[in-house]
Write a protein that binds this ligand. Structure first.
Ligand SMILES: O=C(O)/C=C/c1cccc(O)c1
Length: 564
């Protein structure tokens, strides 16, 4: 069956943020996507509250950041405090290495609504509410999805069957898709229950996140955009869940937080337990899972939403490349290879944070003393302040090429380059391969002080520092770059930009000359023993090498990504 005879290219199940951004990323790259949602509308209360810089890069790629930014608060600081309100650890990273402050607070319902509205921009994307998927049949070259049509009252009014080349299940932790795939959902679900209360017209007005590691009762208090305040309280084992329906009980909890609990304007109140679970694979044939359908983690670092965004970012460009005929099906296997390990590491860190939060009086006393001592040591303090304990995605296997051996598909974490080693500061320097590339502000002939992605785009980039990249590429390489839409870029000190623009004018292929106004690009190449890089559509480094080897590196990327 050809793709055009199918109802859609990618059928997404679930209109949460992960499903919606996946469909937007498919749509903006010219393919069709249909989102089926069992509910008759979007969820209208906040769940996720933390938006990372990496996710903003994705929202920019979907051309949605300008719509969403107004519902965020930059530099959302998170502080863990003890039972006496003393600060044990602060997360307040100052870096903007990827183009934006590392953490924003956000108001999920309004952002979900913008993501849904984004689908109206494309002819081939649609969102259908009231469609509960009850059957997924993978026929090898296409998938058949059966959905019951459900009205506002929950009555089934009919059944529809849609065909798609690929299906992505984004319907949350209880994912029907994952169950149909028959994959394990490994891990733990601690039995601790929490009650979360979101209110409007913030009765406190203080910004930021407070994680109350109070041995008497752990709690959370968060100031969110649009005047929303969130509180979360741990329920003790001897407190039945029904207690939260008792206003007096809830007012008792809230009376430690706010002067007048009785007058709060509550948006939503619900109870939940934390989970640390991950599916054994994120792909079976033509069926994929993403976000909470693939992994669940506790809330402490605000990573549930962001991990889902990372999945969508990773999967969407690969689906696009295969649908366009630029890559073989094998590229899609790298989705699990790349995303599973990072999601798993993120679960571990969040589970550990939960243990620290919930310590009983003696453990809490020891923790508080240790935190006070560690806070006196600047390197330890900055470990928390700068969020260095948060695992950054690094793809050691997948669409990557080893920096030293140029082996496709695997990348050693460190650069041990033999006699080429003198070009890095210290032996064993971290290789940039598999890591996200920086996003400084730059100049070009057409723009001033632009973010790098805005001038180099959201697809493949081959760039060299200080030189013309076409010099090192063969005619076949240039034809390959043209076929795959690879943007050729020369990063150059801003002082030389106009000279380079004139000098490269007669190049065998167009070269975007990017002026390094801040010195960030020069610094990046200076400590990484490379002059040439190949960046993937998700802005991760696929290869980093010396200029003379860039043609070989391109061939290795082609292999690693099963590119045609
Ligand atoms: O974004 C963060 O750093 C933290 C988010 C958070 C922490 C605790 C409970 C939540 O619902 C969100």
């Amino acid at each position: 069956m050809t793709t055009t005879s199918l109802d859609t290219d990618v059928l997404v199940i679930g209109a949460g943020p992960v499903g919606l951004i996946t469909a937007n990323l498919i749509g903006i790259r010219g393919h069709r996507a249909t989102v089926l949602e069992a509910r008759t509308g979007l969820i209208d209360y906040p769940r996720g509250v933390g938006l990372d810089d990496e996710s903003i890069r994705t929202l920019v790629a979907a051309d949605l950041w300008h719509a969403v930014e107004q519902f965020t608060v930059p530099n959302h600081v998170s502080r863990m405090v003890n039972g006496e309100g003393q600060v044990l650890a602060t997360n307040d990273p100052q870096t903007t290495e990827f183009g934006f402050p590392r953490k924003h607070g956000f108001n999920q319902p309004v952002i979900d609504a913008e993501l849904a509205r984004g689908l109206d921009r494309f002819e081939g994307t649609e969102l259908r509410f009231g469609h509960r998927v009850v059957g997924i049949e993978d026929n090898g070259d296409h998938v058949e999805v059966t959905a019951e049509r459900v009205d506002e009252t929950g009555t089934v009014t009919g059944t529809v069957t849609l065909t798609a080349r690929y299906v992505v299940g984004c319907e949350g932790g209880s994912s029907f898709t994952r169950k149909q795939m028959g994959v394990e959902f490994e891990g733990k679900s601690p039995s601790t229950r929490w009650v979360v209360v979101d209110v409007e017209d913030d009765p406190l007005g203080t910004p930021n996140v407070y994680l109350g590691a109070d041995p008497k009762r752990p709690y959370v208090s968060i100031g969110l955009p649009q005047g929303v305040r969130r509180w979360e309280f741990m329920l003790h084992d001897d407190e039945p869940t029904e207690l939260v329906d008792d206003r007096e009980f809830m007012n008792g909890l809230l009376s430690g937080m706010v002067p007048d609990p009785a007058s709060l304007s509550i948006i939503n109140q619900r109870t939940f337990t934390h989970h640390g679970r991950i599916a054994s694979t994120f792909r079976k044939g033509n069926v994929f899972i993403a976000g909470d359908a693939a992994h669940l983690m506790p809330v402490w670092l605000g990573q549930g939403w962001n991990s889902g965004m990372r999945d969508a970012t990773n999967l969407a460009w690969k689906l696009t490349a295969v649908l366009s005929g630029q890559a073989e099906d094998a590229l899609l296997d790298t989705y699990t290879t790349e995303r599973h390990k990072h999601a798993s590491d993120m679960i571990d860190v969040n589970m550990a944070a939960g243990t620290v939060m919930k310590m009983k009086p003696f453990g809490g006393w020891v923790r508080d003393r240790l935190a006070s001592a560690l806070n006196l040591v600047p390197t330890w303090k900055s470990y928390f302040t700068e969020l260095r304990f948060k695992p950054m995605p690094r793809y050691a296997a997948g669409v990557v090429v080893d920096q030293v051996t140029l082996t496709p598909g695997r990348a050693e974490a460190t650069f041990k380059g033999g006699r080429l080693q003198p070009y890095v500061d210290s032996p064993g320097e971290l290789s940039p391969v598999g890591l996200q590339f920086i996003q400084p502000r730059v100049n070009t002939a057409d723009t001033t002080d632009a973010l790098l992605d805005d001038v180099t785009g959201h697809w493949w980039v081959l760039a060299t520092w200080g030189t013309n990249p076409t010099t090192y590429l063969t005619a076949d390489d240039l034809a390959f770059c043209a076929r795959h839409g690879i943007t050729l870029v020369s990063f150059i000190p801003e002082t030389q930009r106009e000279w380079a623009e004139k000098k490269y004018a007669g190049s065998p292929a167009p070269v975007t000359v990017v002026g390094d106004t801040s010195g960030a690009l020069k610094r990046w190449f200076d400590v990484r023993a490379c002059g040439a890089i190949i960046l993937r559509p998700d802005h991760f480094v696929a290869a980093a090498t010396f200029n003379q080897q860039v043609s070989a590196a391109l061939a290795a990327v082609r292999k690693a990504g099963a590119l045609r």
